[in-house]
Design a protein around this ligand. Structure first.
Ligand code: OFO
Length: 165
């Protein structure tokens, strides 16, 4: 049986994962409307992954007979300055999710909730991969610069990353 505090924190994390999913859908739409179809497809697929992260948490709540309390999800941003701006924000967002996961891990360990601590290790590994993935994209965009041809090529490259993390 999970403590009330752990259940609350897991529910908060569900909301964060759902927000990430909505944010990436919003970014995906921006990319499509600015003719970055590769990045649009990549972010659309990644939004699905974030929704799966939320569902994994919900499954854990269900398995532990804990109450799911869905929260109101704030509206994601929908206007961005450039492809670099989009991916800089995804990277920053992933850093904030890592911080949140780390705090959860720290809390469960210090409260001797070893089952939830163990469950969260999947998220620790996932965040490591996602940080590397998004940082890599930011680096590539910076490398190629802001001209039309370069951005076309980087958009094609981003498309190849679908499903990589
Ligand atoms: Fe992109 O991260 Fe979920 O957890």
């Amino acid at each position: 049986m999970l403590s009330k505090e752990v259940i609350e924190r897991l529910n908060d994390q569900v909301a964060k994962e759902m927000f990430a999913s909505n944010l990436y859908l919003s970014m995906s739409s921006w990319c499509y409307t600015h003719r970055f179809d590769g990045a649009g497809a990549f972010l659309f697929e990644h939004a699905g992954q974030e929704s799966d992260h939320a569902k994994r948490l919900i499954t854990y709540l269900n398995e532990t007979d804990s109450k799911l309390k869905l929260q109101k999800i704030k509206e994601p941003e929908s206007s961005f300055e450039s492809l670099l701006d989009v991916f800089t924000r995804t990277y920053e967002h992933e850093l904030s999710i890592t911080k949140s996961i780390n705090e959860l891990v720290d809390f469960t360990l210090s409260h001797k909730d070893f089952s939830t601590f163990n469950f969260l290790q999947w998220y620790v590994a996932e965040q490591h991969e996602e940080e590397a993935l998004f940082r890599g994209i930011v680096d590539k965009i910076k490398l190629v610069g802001n001209s039309g041809n370069s951005l076309y090529l980087v958009d094609q490259y981003i498309k190849t990353l679908i499903g990589k993390s």
